[in-house]
Design a protein. Sequence first.
Length: 318
Amino acid sequence: MDDLPVERELVLFLCDSLLCAHKSSGVKLHQLKDDGQTFLSCLCIASGGALVLGGESCHSAVALALQALQSPQVHDHLAEDPAVRVLVLRAARSTAKCRTREQFPQIVRDRAQSQLIQDLETPWSVCDLEDVIQGREARFAELSPCQLRHGSGIYGKGDDLHFRKDIAVAAGDELLKAVRRTAATRYPDYRQRREVLLVLAAGWNAEGLEDVCLDEDGHAWRRAELVALAELCALNGHGFFSFHAKFVDLLRRCREEHIPFLFQEVSQIRSLLVGSPEIKPLPLTRPAQQGLPFKRRKTEDASQTAPSGATSHQVSGA
């Protein structure tokens, strides 16, 4: 099977195990159709990790995003430095248990320190999506088109943190579509301008980690996660090369002692103007293709099938 066809629209989705039913951990290209339009999602799934905190695969979502650049389709979308629009998946009410008591209160409070982050969060939560799937009236227009229905919702059967196996892929697809609709409301012209949507849907695994002092390894991962999220939000509207440079910079800083993160005032991280001298964009290099033109590259797993209405492709090395 050839690579997935290059679609005009790319959604770069950075998450933890939220979409682990699509792939346990790593990078996966996933093609979906919504409202008659096809779009390509590049899923960077850092199970057990977060944006810059490594998880079960020792890769953070940001590290996986850099790995994804070796995909010909992703490279095609980003090689000309398109503008990137940012959305942050709402931190509160992200699991069924949050209906009785918030499961990630520290993360919710942390993000409340930054107006920048709050301005880019989705108005709806994962629990709001589950309400619609259970047949309740949608409180948000972006969730109304969801066709998936199940009386038991999307959680349950011994796991309160992950989508239930029998519905996980379908629920994940509905989440991707809802995020894209939210972007279309917030950035009405982003599709016509061929801008890229960057969804930041990670950070919950930093709950309980250090925020005001270093741990025994010299890290303060909860603070690092918050700073990373705010700094990525500050680039909203910039070209992808600026995000590429920021990805590399964040991973470098996270490998070092985290004292500088502790001294950063997250509330003071503001949006940066396009062309700001503080930003040094980092262009992409052509992905290695073992001597083959990258548009002719074959997928490694020609036998893989995808759910109805969706096509998927796992990126080599992920």
